[in-house]
Each structure stands twice: as structure tokens, then as C-alpha cells.
Design a protein around this ligand. Structure first.
Ligand code: FES
Length: 144
């Protein structure tokens, strides 16, 4: 009795088709990341000149959350006139962070972030909050 070869064989056309499916899957995965970012995920691109809000709404020594084109931001003012903006999406598991008493904090699992750099200062998060450069013109905060 002759042994049967059980190794799967694909025609050239099948291999090309499978490669196309794999490439499409990668493209979908990459698109998914950028869609999440635009919807307020862990980061994304905001063009410059977008109005965030009035500086007077951001307490000195604290911060306030804003949303710009679907991107959630936490804006801090560590000292008068020093303004920073970061993604408000925690790098641990995606909860929304807030700023109180000079600390950006996530209430889900108590991660903390520096209010001037967005770097992790405590808790389970292992990545900094994405920084969004800003400018203040006539008392209004804009993306830079
Ligand atoms: S989601 Fe923010 S600490 Fe876990």
C-alpha cells in the first residue's frame, strides 16, 4: 500500500489569493488603530489652529477635560500661563483621566501622570499620555 502525501498543496492562484487576504487583514488592523485614535483613543493627530477652549476654564494648579473633534484632552495649567494638553485616554486600559491638585489621575486603577509632561508617575500605566502642543491667543487655547 502506497503512503499518501498529506502535505497541503496550493496552486499559484490560491497562494496569491491568500496573500491578498493577509494584506487586507493588515490594512484593516492598521485602519482600526487610526479610527480609534480619531474617535478619542490613545492618541491621534489634531491639525493646528483648532479651538480647545478658554484658558479661564482651566484652573491654575489643576486642569480640565475638553473634547476636540472627538479627541478627548486633559488640559493642565501647572502655573499661571503655562498650559499643556494631553490625550485624556489612560494608557493602561483606556479610561478617561482627569487633573486635580497638580496630578493627572485615572480613577479606574489609580495610575498617575505628570501634569507637565504626561509621563507616568505611578500605578499600572506603562506609557505617557500623548502630548498635544498648544498655544494661547487672546485667552483661548488652540492646538499648535
Ligand atoms: S485604565 Fe487607567 S489605570 Fe487602568
Amino acid at each position: 500500500m502506497a503512503a499518501r502525501n498529506l502535505t497541503p498543496r496550493f496552486t499559484r492562484r490560491e497562494v496569491i489569493g491568500l496573500s491578498a487576504v493577509g494584506a487586507a487583514g493588515v490594512a484593516i488592523a492598521l485602519t482600526g488603530c487610526s479610527t480609534e485614535a480619531q474617535a478619542g483613543g490613545a492618541g491621534g493627530v489634531l491639525k493646528s489652529g483648532l479651538e480647545i477652549g478658554p484658558l479661564s476654564d482651566v484652573p491654575v494648579g489643576g486642569g480640565r477635560n475638553f473634547e476636540v473633534q472627538g479627541t478627548k484632552l486633559v488640559v493642565t495649567q501647572p502655573s499661571e500661563g503655562e498650559v499643556h494638553a494631553f490625550s485624556a485616554i489612560c494608557t493602561h486600559e483606556g479610561c478617561v483621566v482627569g487633573c486635580r491638585d497638580k496630578i493627572i489621575k485615572c480613577d479606574c486603577h489609580q495610575a498617575t501622570f505628570d501634569n507637565t509632561t504626561g509621563e507616568v508617575t505611578g500605578g499600572p500605566a506603562d506609557g505617557a499620555l500623548q502630548n498635544y502642543p498648544v498655544v494661547v491667543t487672546d485667552g483661548v487655547i488652540y492646538t499648535a
